[in-house]
Design a protein around this ligand. Sequence first.
Ligand code: HEC
Length: 138
Amino acid sequence: MQISKLMGGVLLAALSVNAWAVDGAALVNQGADSVADVSFKDHIQPILQDHCVSCHSPNARGFTVSGLDLTSYEGVMKGTRFGKVVIPGNSEQSTFTKLLTGTNKGLKMPAGLNESGTLDKRYIATMRKWVKQGAKNN
Ligand code: HEC
């Protein structure tokens, strides 16, 4: 009796953790358009985690080819081995946000996401806003 109750609790906890992992970025970013200040930790990092880090982390393809590590703020700001991808305050000129809506020599990010290859509009808006606000480590 006691044990089955305990098991039920563990199962429920596991299920809700799982739901959070899947919908984490979506939940966190639902209100990001309306928040005054976009936060790297609360809004940007969950998007990168869900859509970019699978390729842009040490040993993964995006990192091996370009040197861009999107697992940390430092990595984002360091850019590729050819140069920076974020120009604080300028989302139009930052490769980081430019590649989300347009291509550069056929390259668009996230690479191979789906047929249209475009990230959810809300996430793009959030990422652009973060760059416009100075790409802060907040
Ligand atoms: C399926 C793998 C994959 C995913 C997912 C991915 N990338 Fe990439 N990314 C690459 C590869 C591979 C390159 C190197 C391409 C090249 O230089 O030819 C790259 C390069 C880049 C560059 C540098 C481009 C340049 O011209 O210097 C940026 C910026 C970038 N990615 C941002 C992102 C962002 C932001 C996300 C998530 C929204 C993302 N990537 C998701 C594979 C990926």
